[in-house]
Design a protein around this ligand. Sequence first.
Ligand SMILES: [Zn+2]
Length: 156
Amino acid sequence: MSRIGIKLDVVGLDATNNGRSCRNHECCGQVVRSGDIIVFRGCEVIVNNIKERGIAAHIMKDGYQSCRVGFLKRHMIRKEGQLEGVRARVVQVLSPDAKKTTNKSDRAKYHHNKGACVVECTSEWQVPTKPKNKKRAIDCGVLIGTDEERKTKQSK
Ligand SMILES: [Zn+2]
């Protein structure tokens, strides 16, 4: 199933910790506008003094990965392998201003997450190959190569 077009929340656009500040911007997330392209990268973050994995959103500038502007929500870390390098387009930047963000729950989302935007995936997610192969190998008791090798064997 294609995941192009799936919408995700990028949060923490108004925060400056965990790499969301650079020499050009005090707060990198504040440069995000509708129509911008972002790319997801797994990384290490520090939450309450403890290191954990996170999925950062970096803005693309002139075709290159630029500032880190925010993160996917914490529960998305299960999808880290699938989202590595996936691109998405910003479709809505949430604002605390009722004139700009008319929906009340969207404004609540802005406050709850220290800034947020909605993005729409524009490239396919990575295929989660490794866990699948491991499971199959256990299922049949022996390891007889990767999915790809098995397919080749069957078609011969
Ligand atoms: Zn920046």
